[in-house]
Design a protein around this ligand. Structure first.
Ligand code: BGC
Length: 529
């Protein structure tokens, strides 16, 4: 794929490097571990890889707290290791997308002491009792105020996430230039693009105005559907400011000097579709993705759950290219999240297969998270195993993000001592076993992605929903005179479809489907006309 539009309809595999493959036995996955397993990734049939951050970091937020934008953290390897990975990936025809975390740095980044003007500082709010009160009501996504008092400076600094992740001040043109230079460093090395972490959080309101209370009709503000303070506010001043787009215009100019490169924005916003229009309008970013199909703990899968965000997107952003993911390193694994009547930690291989096919049949770029190709369920952790600061904060209501971050099981015999334990139930579903098993989710994923690649209607075609049935999702993908009727049984009971209504149906790909019967989690992709 050499065309500049390679990303439209591509399938990109997300690697969380700490938990992919540990090549040196120190308990933490690394870049060489990825390089050694690139054949595995290529054999899945994906078009590229997004690698979560591997830059120098004290790892308070496991790499999303960067202390040097231009180097690799020693636990992951070296810059040369990354170059080797990049070259091997390109030899295998895999694009490499890296994760640029520009909204904040680590508090251990030298800038935090050497260039304080790069960060957001503010005096306390006058308080008649002499209590040090933060300058406004902004709260951190992870809990608590978004402001931390700095003793030496005698001011508060802003952090939308952990206090160890101070927010960069994008009102400062030097900060913008540093961010562009960091991006250019990796583009010069040959990366194919960026996933832009929290892309709408770069700029804050200069006047530091209080966020108003949240509108009653807005759902929770974060993927965790709890009663968290972050979800009590309408985030109009701490993120998604109009000046954010000015910076992205500069980034676009830079990206244009590297034809064929790609930008994916992560949009955490209450109005993700309206934002997507802004952020991808005029080709500013290539595409954005949001948590609409990822949020929450366990919930039963219905047609509306899938249909609502897609139709909403289509109604507002017909000309914009969407990206969809069901899982990533921040959310409960989809195999458990959408399994009917699940305890939140179970899986069913047929359900996993159906979800992989469903993701691959949606109009857009598909993001598959490591382990999704194995149908892995969410791992259940003990409190003493938890590493995620967010999980520690919310336990026992939610165990945080570690349940989707446990190391992959390659042969079921992983030694103890990894940074998070390998889940026992994953060992039985390990890569080696699944390769041997013709019926495995892994072999299904390989077959399905190979099939998908041949179907332009699936990768580039239009999409239209066909029925209001809540149990079976029906839609049509069309391109250049080819019409594919896709139907997915979202339930664990038998359902029926009426194929006689379709002219000359030819079943191209299916699972648990016979005649007009969709067995539990069965699906079919049928060429019609
Ligand atoms: C990343 C998270 C991270 C946060 C702060 C997110 O969107 O995906 O893992 O904690 O940004 O950088």
């Amino acid at each position: 794929m050499s065309d500049a539009d390679w990303w439209r309809g591509a399938c990109i595999y997300q690697i969380y490097p700490r938990s992919f493959y540990d090549s040196n036995g120190d308990g933490i996955g690394d870049l060489n571990g990825i390089t050694d397993h690139l054949d595995y990734v290529a054999e899945l049939g994906v078009d590229g890889i997004w690698i979560s951050p591997f830059f120098t970091s004290p790892m308070k937020d496991f790499g999303y707290d960067v202390a040097d934008y231009r180097d690799v953290d020693p636990i992951f390897g070296t810059l040369d290791d990354f170059k080797t990975l990049l070259h091997k990936a390109h030899d295998l025809n895999l694009k490499i997308i890296i994760d640029l975390v520009l909204s904040h740095t680590s508090d251990q980044h030298p800038w935090f002491t050497e260039k304080p003007e790069y960060y957001v500082w503010a005096d306390p709010k006058p308080d008649m009792f002499g209590v040090l009160t933060p300058p406004n009501n902004w709260v951190s996504v992870f809990g608590g105020p978004a402001w931390t008092w700095h003793e030496e400076r005698e001011q508060f600094y802003l952090h939308n996430f952990l206090k160890e992740q101070p927010d960069l001040n994008f009102h400062n043109p030097d900060v913008q230039q540093e961010a562009l230079d960091a991006a250019q460093f990796w583009l010069d090395m040959g990366v194919d693009g960026f996933r832009l972490d929290v892309v709408n959080f770069y700029v804050h309101d200069k006047e530091l105005r209080d966020n108003p209370p949240r509108d009653a009709d807005l759902g929770p503000a974060v993927q965790f559907e709890g009663d968290d303070p972050y979800s009590q506010q309408n985030h109009i001043y701490d993120k998604s400011r109009p000046e954010n787009l000015d910076f992205l215009r500069k980034l676009r100019k830079l990206m244009d000097q590297y034809p064929g490169t790609f930008t994916l924005g992560e949009l955490g916003d209450d109005h993700p579709y309206e934002r997507t229009v802004e952020y991808t309008g005029d080709g500013l970013l290539n595409t954005c993705y949001n948590t609409q199909l990822m949020s929450g703990k366990h919930k039963n899968l219905t047609t509306d759950l899938i249909r609502e965000p897609i139709e909403h997107f289509q109604s507002l952003c017909e000309d914009n290219w969407p990206s969809w993911a069901f899982s990533n390193h921040d959310v409960v694994r989809v195999a458990s999240r959408w399994l009917p009547d699940s305890d939140g930690f179970s899986q069913n291989p047929d359900c996993s297969k159906m979800l992989i096919a469903l993701l691959g049949c949606l109009r857009g770029t598909a993001f598959l998270y490591q382990g999704e190709e194995l149908g892995l369920p969410e791992a259940r952790l003990n409190f003493y195993d938890l590493q995620d600061p967010w999980g520690k904060h919310l336990w026992p209501e939610w165990q945080g993000r570690d349940g989707c971050r446990t190391p992959l099981s390659w042969n079921g015999k992983e030694p103890e001592g990894s940074w998070l334990p390998v889940a026992e139930e994953h060992k039985d579903m390990c890569v080696e076993k699944q390769i041997q098993d013709e019926q495995s989710v892994l072999n299904f994923t390989r077959d399905f992605l190979a099939f998908r690649k041949q179907q332009t209607a699936l990768t580039k075609g239009t999409m239209a929903f066909l029925s209001d049935d809540q149990d079976v999702l029906h839609f049509e993908r069309s391109h250049d005179g080819t019409n594919l009727f896709c139907c997915f049984n979202l339930t664990d009971t038998t359902q029926h479809i009426q194929t006689f209504l379709l002219g000359n149906p030819e079943v191209l790909f299916s699972n648990n489907f016979e005649g007009e019967t969709l067995e539990p989690f069965g699906f079919a992709i049928i060429q019609v006309g």
